[in-house]
Each structure stands twice: as C-alpha cells, then as structure tokens.
Design a binder for this molecule. Sequence first.
Ligand SMILES: C=CC1=C(C)c2cc3[nH]c(cc4nc(cc5[nH]c(cc1n2)c(C)c5CCC(=O)O)C(CCC(=O)O)=C4C)c(C)c3C=C
Ligand SMILES: [Fe+2]
Length: 446
Amino acid sequence: MTDTRPVPDLVDAGDSQEPVTASGPSRRTVLTGAGVGVGVAAVAGVGFAAGRTTAPGDGSSADQVVPFRGARQAGIITAAQDRLHFASFDVITDKRDELVNMLKEWTRAAERLTRGEETSPDGAVGLGDYTPPADTGEALGLKPAHLTLTIGFGPSLFGPSASDPKRRDRFGLAARKPKGFDDLPMFAAEKIETNRSYGDICIQACADDPQVAVHAIRNLARIGMGVVAVRWSQLGFGRTSSTSTTQDTPRNLFGFKDGTNNLHAEEPELLDKWVWVDDADNPPAAQWMTGGTYLVARRIRMDIEPWDRANLLEQEQIVGRLKGNGAPLGQHAEFDEPDFDITSYGVPLIPKDSHVRLAHEKHIGVRILRRGYNFTDGSDGFGHLDAGLFFIAFNRNTAKQFVPMQQELSRKDAMTEYLIPNGSATFAIPPGLSDGEYWGQRLFEG
Ligand SMILES: C=CC1=C(C)c2cc3[nH]c(cc4nc(cc5[nH]c(cc1n2)c(C)c5CCC(=O)O)C(CCC(=O)O)=C4C)c(C)c3C=C
Ligand SMILES: [Fe+2]
C-alpha cells in the first residue's frame, strides 16, 4: 500500500485561523487582513467588503466550499458547476525536484483557492509596495463559487507516448505508467490540432463563477512559471451533464437535454464498475492510481449553422430523443428507459444510426461518466461561430470504454456529420488527497 503520511510543511491552516470576520471563509480582503498596506490598498478594500458581508453558513460562502481533500478528487462526481477553465501544461524543466516542489506549491495554493482564499495570505495587496503580488487579485471579494481543482498526468509525462514516441523519460516515471495508458488513437472524421491536444499535466477548474475558475488557472500557471507552460486551455460555459440525480439536466448547443443517462454520484456500484481504478487494474508500480480514474477531453466543434437548418424531426432522429423534454423516441418522459425494439412499419423508432442508440450500454456494452461544457470561442472568419462541446469523460479503462464507444460513434453516428473534433487529450487522474498529502505524491514517492 502506498505511504500517504502527511507532509508537515504542507499543512496549511489557511485564513480560518485568523479572527473570524463577518465575511466568513470567502476570499480575504485588504480590509480585514492584518499586516496590510495602507493608502490605496485600504481604500480598495472598502469596496470589496461592501459586497461580501455574509455570515458563515448563510448559503453564500461556507456553503460554496467543495472539500479539496478526500478519497476522490473533487470535480469528478461532485455536482457539475456551471463554468470551466481547463488547462493542459507542458513540463519545461528536466529536473524532478523542481517539478515536485511546484506540485507542493500548487497543492498549497489550490487548497486555499477552493476555500475562497488568495493563493497565499495577503498575496494580492499585502506584501508591500515593492513586491510583485503573490496573488493576481481578480478574485478578491468573490465567493468560493464551488471551485474544484482536479489534477491529472498525461502519457507524455511518463516518457514516450503515441503522440511523441521520441520523448525521454525525464523524471524516471516510465515504470510507473498505468497499464495501457497512452494518447487516444485517431478516429474517423476528426481533425485533431496538436496545439489543442495532449499535455503533461492538466488542471480542470470548475466553478459557478467564471472569474473564480480563470483566476485559479492563471495563478497556478504563474506559480509554475519556469517549470510548466500552458500548452492549451479551454473555457466552458453551461455544463452539458448532470453528475448528481439532484441536478436538472442541462442543454447543449444543439438545444437538446444532455446528460440524462449519465452515471451519477448516487450510483456507487456503477461508479466502481465504470469509473474508479481498482488494485487489480494495474501492476504494483502503478498502484498510485488505485481509486483514481482516467479523463478524456475532446474539443468537438459543432456545425451549428447546418444543424439549425435541419428540421426538428431530423434533429430528433439524429439524437434519438425528443428535443422538448428529452424523452427517448417512442416514450413520454425524460427518464423513461429507451426501448430500441419498438418499430413503426418495420422501421425502428430510435434509428439505427442515432446517437443514443449507438452510445447506449445495450449496444456498446460499456458506460462512461460525462462532465463536459459548451463553448463558443469567437468565429472562424468564414461567417460561422466557433462553437461546440468540450467533451470531458471519466472512465476506468479508456481502451475498453471510451475508445470503442468513440470508434462506433465516429463510424456510424448520424450526428458525426455535424461534428468536427479538433482537440484530444487524456490524463491519469489520481485519487484524492489525505491530510498533508501533495498532488502527485503517490506517483513521485510511492
Ligand atoms: C464517445 C463518447 C461520446 C461523445 C464524444 C459524445 C458527444 C456528443 N454527445 C452529444 C449529445 C448527446 N449525447 C447524449 C447521450 C450520450 N452520449 C454519449 C457519449 C458521447 N457523446 C453517451 C454514452 C450517451 C448516453 C447514451 C445512453 O446511455 O442513452 C444525448 C442524450 C441525452 C443523454 O443521455 O445524455 C445527447 C443530446 C453531443 C452534442 C456531442 C458532441 C458535440
Ligand atoms: Fe453524446
């Protein structure tokens, strides 16, 4: 079993050790902080404080903190938030110590950020006039917004990978690579762009406030300067899945309910079967992944202009569900079980090439946990929006779950005509952290 003893210098009591203020655990302001500069900074603090005078537990601050530590990383089965900032990093140093030290610093900062605090005490404006701020400041006065930060490690961190076969094993991690873990294969009808794909480390930041998510990624990137560089990043708005039965099903940019038949936090046996990595899945050297999962990210551009010219019936035939309430074709309500055997004049009501038929467990034999987001990244210069779905899925064995599902969809799904996947990445997502543990500790020290 991996040694997960606490690392004493990482235990960070955070701002909670300071005198309790009316603002509870939300991001510190210059007004309440001890040792804070005067003058301009203090004046600025008045404004921040005015907008955040809330008592702990009133549903606006403490209740917006998602625990950072636990058996699983947050951001997988915790309730999907509304906003995403996903970043993939290249490690630009060859020195293992530098990488490990950065991961320790990231952990300390990330834990604080999820509590609604600055990356370090007084980081934004309290370190003196002649020191660059340790926190960039744009989240001062904002609530924790259910921020979750989820870390993952890409195949290239372990040496050669399918996308980079000549990569050196810079950190001596080759033997610790999880079984079968590699870049995704090529699929039909995709146009993968290298500068939107792959990466050594990912951070998935999800929050209900976009500025909170962006602030977190920006500050982690700043802390990692000289050790990592952002390779690509993606903003998302409007979750396209529910990860809890308590959440409403949202809609994607085709206007359809998305995430109806997802795996949910309330289904632990299904999660054990389809999401969480088990001891038996890996050799001893890769047991650091036990309790973790594998993330698949796909930037899928959606051809929304032609889609908008397709009639309603055609759209519903492509999806296999009604656009209005999300019911499977032939059924009445969203959560009715699809019946793939119903026919009308010998023709299946849920077409053979519909998305839900091809992606359903009864057809493909596997399931995945989806947690994606809508995106619009301006326009393409040809009169079209660059819009789509940043697809994120978690699964226990990508080669046996996501890959065959994607292969089947790429070849047969009628929706493929409207989709152009142009970014692709996968990351090994370790389990959650125990007290004092830092991100990657089981990988680097186990
Ligand atoms: C390889 C996996 C999948 C990709 C890629 C994917 C892309 C994608 N999906 C939609 C819209 C919908 N998908 C829906 C269901 C659904 N999709 C997948 C997998 C992939 N989707 C699965 C496993 C399922 C569930 C199938 C089932 O068990 O019934 C639905 C229906 C509602 C729902 O159950 O979520 C919609 C709508 C888009 C637009 C898209 C790419 C842009
Ligand atoms: Fe789908």
